[in-house]
Design a protein around this ligand. Sequence first.
Ligand SMILES: Nc1nc2c(c(=O)[nH]1)N[C@H]1C(S)=C(S)[C@@H](COP(=O)(O)O)O[C@H]1N2
Ligand SMILES: [Mo]
Length: 427
Amino acid sequence: MMRKRTHKPSFTDWHKTVPESTRRDFLAKAGKTALLASLGVFGAGCEAVDRGLLDRGLTPVVLEDPQAAGLPKPGMLVHSEIPFNGEFAPHLLNDDVTPTERHFVRNNSGIPERAISQDLRGWKLVIDGEVHKELALSMEDLLRFPQVTMDVVLECAGNGRSLFVPGISGTPWQRGAVACSEWTGVRLRDILQAAGVKPSAVYTGNYGEDLPNDGGEPFSRGIPIEKAMDAHTLIALKMNGEVLPAAHGFPTRLIVPGWIGSAMQKWLNRIWVRDTVHDSEKMSGYSYRVPVYPIAPGDKPPVEDMRIATAWRVKSLITQPESSLEFSAGTSIAVKGHAWAGETQIDKVLVSTDFGLQWQETRLIPPSNRYAWFHWETELTLANKGYYEIWARASDNTGTAQPFSQPWNPKGYLGNVIHRVPISVVA
Ligand SMILES: Nc1nc2c(c(=O)[nH]1)N[C@H]1C(S)=C(S)[C@@H](COP(=O)(O)O)O[C@H]1N2
Ligand SMILES: [Mo]
């Protein structure tokens, strides 16, 4: 027997999810001119926009309606509409393979028009730089290569940012900017081999069709050539068996298993093979970089002491029970979740209900393939009434386990502090 408590603890603000009816009028209500001005796109007033004189084809990209791309997804916690960022509560992520309608969305810019209209006309994927033969591949060309299907964890580097103390600006992801969907596509290695990688190749510079609203540098990141040549690194053409949805990168995106989500370029249209570490804006400074040594919370190390964030750390999520449920004393409580570990292997997941004094093992269910998440489950019985927290702690085959307190870094990346789910037990 369980029922929902009426007073939820304040750290689970899922009721902020945008309801169907209000988001529809978001742009209208906000006032387009005010919105543009607030985004710093134009100075005060853009009369042509305000008076509806620009038709869709001429609409500034910042005014693209997320709805055209099927956003927000029902039940999503929306952090921002332009660019669109939204995630799901952990209890909505219980599936072994995350359905597309539960996969978080993280955009740095607008969704390209081509993706929204699913239009392949004029689309090519260019491979250039340190290659013997430059390629410009059409979708038909890509489909001629062997197609590979894998379940892969995709997690934003900033997932869990809202749990860092002191707080950090940026999208305040809770725990749901992670998913494990099924991706189908071509091995990046096969494409690079077709182009003939020169010995001078060091890194890729990946580009997509999305352009920033402020006219700045496009979102571009890269990966070392060794990771690009790994058999698991894909140019994905499908997600969960369907052509890539607009929000997730139509027509192609990179899947770089085990690594932070920003490595997985969406709306991919160019891979520039470079003879140096990719030095775009999003590879430099404090972007997607973490200190090389531990720092005190709130400190900002000099930029030369920052390194590029790559693989995820060992991590787990409790997907059942949902936060803040009430149970009767003495009943069995099913506890479930997932665990994943970047480039290492999950070894075990332990759970505790007494703030870490005692731990119990969970049953581990290995995934279908490497780089997909493990599932774990157990049952708990709490004999006495009271407030409890279910804690889950994963460890990997190198003996590394999740921390109890989040090590801090200036941008709130790679958060992997243990997940704690509050419940109450009544007599
Ligand atoms: N072209 C492009 N690719 C991108 C991004 C982007 O803004 N533009 N965001 C990246 C980041 S930071 C993440 S976490 C993932 C999110 O993928 P998803 O929206 O499919 O969940 O895409 C990555 N690829
Ligand atoms: Mo991200």
